[in-house]
Design a protein around this ligand. Structure first.
Ligand SMILES: Cc1ncc(COP(=O)(O)O)c(C=O)c1O
Length: 387
């Protein structure tokens, strides 16, 4: 019998995150695995969605998205990201930021092109590059501070390097790239003609005094950057699938062609709904940070007290902890053991490394859950002390 399978999906596996969700559900555990925000969507946005549906905003929009939304995004990009862009030529609204990332990668990465990713990485970034048949090189972010070595990074660059994938604030480490690090990367890009695809999904979720800097705002970088962001995490609408790319016309034209082919457009009524997000007061963002900080202040010491080595994240809502204190013996998968001992689901560190061995002592904990759930998880973590 003939096997029906495209070569390009060879080796792709369902994400470890889905597996944990299933295991955790079966065990009736607390799922700190998947990065889903449990908190409600702001009322203004929900009302605006209902209004859009009631007024029959039902048909396909332009593939680059409705004009009003792109105009709002352009203002936000100027004010928050310090990137000037033309809403008519430089923005594509997409099916989640993931839709934008897929369209960007397929527009600019040829088979055999070298692409540099920071490791530990976000698995979707990697697998989509595999679909493009890119040759991937890894720049290690090292615990505890998740810094990278500038000299080692330079050694990864060759005349085949096409792009660097950046994610700040970062999933899974919570790193926020500093101005010094971004300037270093920007200088290389401009000197060697390398594109940066910068995923800034968690741009509003920051701790302590950390500041979000968009690499596209650095001098000269508008010719080398595709900035990607979205609404999923900032407004608790992961299931609405709305995001966008911002890049100069020469890039956006190509991204638009593929977005049209792949998706036609993002959901029209939800594009209308999302205009309301731009009318939220500044206090919305300070409250978002305060609410995540409160959860972080609960879970961070709880993980330390459980005997794990963990670095306080600077942004996003993940902690990547070294859990070797649980007495793993190579045969015991860390997440299964944690689920058995505490009823908590966390993602195996192996999902974030090219060589799974490098992450076998790590677990990623996501704390984008309601406060009570994080509290309960922290109580359960105390059970580890008796083992
Ligand atoms: C780094 C990063 N980028 C993108 C996404 C997905 O974003 P969207 O819902 O806009 O597709 C996630 C979701 O976990 C993520 O962690």
């Amino acid at each position: 019998m003939k096997e029906f399978k495209a070569e390009r999906i060879e080796g792709l596996m369902p994400s470890g995150i889905r597996m944990i969700t299933r295991m955790c559900d079966e065990a009736g555990g607390i799922n700190l695995g998947q990065g889903v925000c449990d908190e409600p969507t702001p009322k203004e946005i929900k009302d605006s969605a209902i209004q859009a549906i009631r007024s029959d905003k039902n048909v396909y929009s332009k593939y680059e998205g409705i004009d009003e939304l792109r105009e709002k995004i352009a203002v936000k990009m100027k004010d928050y990201n310090k990137i000037k862009c033309n809403p008519d030529t430089d923005i594509t609204v997409n099916v989640g930021s993931t839709g934008g990332y897929v369209a960007a990668c397929f527009s600019f990465i040829n088979p055999g092109d070298e692409v540099i990713m920071f490791e530990p990485f976000y698995g979707y970034h990697l697998n989509i590059l595999h679909l493009c048949k890119a040759k991937i090189k890894y720049a290690r972010l090292s615990a505890p501070g998740w810094y990278f070595d500038f000299d080692e990074f330079k050694k990864l660059i060759t005349n085949k390097t096409k792009a660097i994938i950046l994610n700040t604030p970062t999933n899974p480490t919570g790193k926020v790239f500093s101005r010094e690090e971004l300037t270093f990367i920007a200088d290389i890009c401009q000197k060697d003609g390398i594109l940066v695809i910068s995923d800034e999904m968690y741009e509003y979720i920051l701790y302590d005094k950390n500041e979000h800097i968009s690499i596209g705002s650095l001098p000269g970088m508008d010719d080398f950057t595709i900035t990607i962001s979205g609404f999923s995490k900032s407004y608790n609408v992961t299931g609405w699938r709305l995001g966008y790319t911002v890049a100069k016309k020469k890039f956006t034209e190509k991204i638009g062609i593929l977005s049209d082919l792949f998706y036609i457009c993002a959901a029209t009524p939800l594009q209308h709904a999302m205009i309301a997000s731009f009318n939220l007061p500044d206090s919305y963002y300070s409250e978002l940070r305060a609410s995540y900080t409160k959860k972080l202040d609960l879970i961070f010491p709880a993980l330390q007290n459980a005997g794990f080595k963990v670095h306080r994240p600077q942004g996003a809502y993940y902690l990547l902890a070294d859990v070797s204190s649980m007495g793993l013996n190579g045969k015991t998968d860390a997440s299964k053991k944690l689920l058995d001992l505490t009823g908590i689901g966390a993602v195996p560190g192996e999902s974030f490394y090219e060589n799974p061995e490098d992450g076998k002592n790590q677990l990623r904990f996501c704390f984008s859950k309601e406060y009570d759930v994080v509290e309960e998880a922290c109580r359960n973590l105390q059970k580890l002390k008796i083992h």
